[in-house]
Write a protein that binds this ligand. Structure first.
Ligand SMILES: CC(C)(COP(=O)(O)OP(=O)(O)OC[C@H]1O[C@@H](n2cnc3c(N)ncnc32)[C@H](O)[C@@H]1OP(=O)(O)O)[C@@H](O)C(=O)NCCC(=O)NCCS
Length: 221
């Protein structure tokens, strides 16, 4: 396997939108090509992708490789009529790599606020979400951030399990935060990421992850 974690590029946007629909099926609105592009070029925002080279469709996993969902077909059609294509800048050719996961964050003074971590359904529970979170925490330390924060649906127990594993704790509640179903969000935060306590826990988790999911470390950022 040839996996890479790397900064997201304009040519990844089409797949990132597809992935967003897959990972957050009930969310509305979804990002558009233009909104994603604006994010990528915002100096306060940072986006990374987990990709697999020489692959355009899932070879294995939970999802049937041959079957495309309704929205995937719709997105392909929509691409033909996309506003950006006709009234704005021409889209670059889509990436030749298969994008398995996307993560992004905003820098806000001494805080890194995660805006998304999402993995394609067929590739979940294979260490990729954790690999993306590790990269974000490493980047946060490089950017001299003090803490990492995020919002998560109260019902999203798998994501909460990932965050708790990395020392995130509930720091507050945002009532009716999600407009699709009025669900509350938990605001979660790390302790100071440069503290000796956080770093020793983090480095241990990172080492465990590298040993368990060796193939994800063939290429690094
Ligand atoms: C949350 C998400 C990013 C996790 O990614 P993933 O690649 O499936 O997760 P990993 O395989 O790296 O698992 C890492 C940890 O996450 C937790 N986890 C992942 N899937 C889980 C599940 N189904 N049930 C319980 N815990 C789970 C576990 O703590 C796991 O560690 P472990 O293997 O030591 O138990 C993924 O489920 C996803 O994309 N969900 C849809 C989008 C989403 O909800 N994003 C979060 C928005 S706040």
């Amino acid at each position: 396997m040839d996996y890479t974690i790397r900064p997201m590029q304009d040519s990844d946007i089409t797949q990132a939108i597809e992935l967003d629909h897959e990972a957050y099926p009930s969310q509305w609105p979804h990002p558009t090509y233009a909104s994603f592009k604006q994010e990528l070029h915002n100096r306060l925002a940072h986006y990374i992708v987990a990709s697999k080279k020489n692959e355009t469709e899932p070879a294995t996993g939970k999802q049937d490789a041959g079957s495309k969902s309704f929205w995937q077909r719709l997105l392909q059609l929509k691409h033909l009529f996309d506003h950006d294509r006709f009234f704005g800048e021409e889209m670059p050719p889509p990436s030749k790599e298969y994008i398995l996961g996307v993560a992004g964050f905003w820098t806000m003074v001494d805080e890194i606020h995660i805006t998304t971590i999402a993995v394609r359904n067929a590739y979940q529970q294979q260490g990729i979400g954790e690999r993306l979170l590790i990269s974000i925490i490493d980047m946060a330390a490089q950017l001299n951030a003090r803490i990492v924060t995020l919002e998560v649906r109260v019902s999203n127990k798998q994501a909460q399990a990932l965050y708790k594993k990395y020392g995130f704790q509930q720091a507050g509640m945002r009532p009716r935060y999600y407009s699709d179903n009025g669900e509350d969000a938990l605001l979660m935060s790390t302790d100071t990421i440069t503290s000796a306590f956080f770093q020793s826990h983090f480095q241990q988790l990172k080492q465990n992850h590298q040993q368990r999911w060796r193939e994800l470390y063939i290429n690094k950022i």
